[in-house]
Ligand binder design. Sequence first.
Ligand SMILES: NC(=O)c1ccc[n+]([C@@H]2O[C@H](COP(=O)([O-])OP(=O)(O)OC[C@H]3O[C@@H](n4cnc5c(N)ncnc54)[C@H](OP(=O)(O)O)[C@@H]3O)[C@@H](O)[C@H]2O)c1
Length: 268
Amino acid sequence: MLKPLNPPIPSWAGQRIWIVGASRGIGAALARELSLQGAKLSLSGRHLAPLDPWLSTLPDAQRERIILSPLDVQQTEQLQQTAQHLLQNWGGIDLVIVAAGVYDAIRAVDFDASHLPVVEQTLSINLAGPYRVAAVMLPILRQQGGGHLSFISSVAGYNGLPRALAYAPSKAALNNLCEGLYFELSPLGIGISRICPGFVATDMTASVDVAMPALIQPEQATQAILAGLARGDFDIHFPRRFTYLLKILQWLPRRCYFQLLRWGLAFS
Ligand SMILES: NC(=O)c1ccc[n+]([C@@H]2O[C@H](COP(=O)([O-])OP(=O)(O)OC[C@H]3O[C@@H](n4cnc5c(N)ncnc54)[C@H](OP(=O)(O)O)[C@@H]3O)[C@@H](O)[C@H]2O)c1
């Protein structure tokens, strides 16, 4: 049996977890499940109002374990203030899950300078966001001598994709960043994981107008993420029937990859 790449997390009860990008979608589903399992949570996003209906249903004991920390992942100072607030309240941070992300369809056929603000914002949230969280959290985790940083990336980072000229490169770079972080931080006892979902039914995919094979619900994504973190996986990807196929495509000669992609899109 091979040793897990990260320290496994055997139980969620009492774990001190900060989710950046928790107001909707996968981050919100993770928050609901982790709260149910007894974790202490800090939930961040720019607009946390979408959490209100769920929060209002919680028993006091469960609600008291949740700190709402509104912020924009583009603002390093807000991230720093939240981290310090959590340290004061909790005495340490066990796990940070960075779920914040945006997607806008950008196509090559009409790409021009009018798209650059969207490209810059996508890179600022999807790629520079994780850098900012790492910059704030790593001094804390190094001092603690442990803890775990987990980044929600995407299978969109595996291969170049149409209609994703900003999103896919942001996730490709994030996939690479996670490996660089892992290599040097693992010997220090710090966990790093990369989460690559396939299609998940959230606000992000609501306006996608191509077929979404193997689409899953945020609750299914949550189960796969928590199981991967519990096992101590570095590379958490799901649903496997879809992600293994995409991993194989990475190894194909580009001539074959482009042809298969054309066929796939023609039939979607
Ligand atoms: N859905 C999919 O099929 C899919 C597939 C692969 C990977 N992913 C990745 O999974 C992650 C979650 O996506 P999702 O599908 O759950 O999307 P979603 O439903 O649109 O939720 C995105 C979350 O990111 C937060 N966010 C966006 N910009 C932010 C900012 N500047 N600062 C702080 N928080 C910000 C949003 O909160 P606010 O708007 O309140 O700030 C929201 O909580 C993303 O990284 C996405 O790329 C999704």
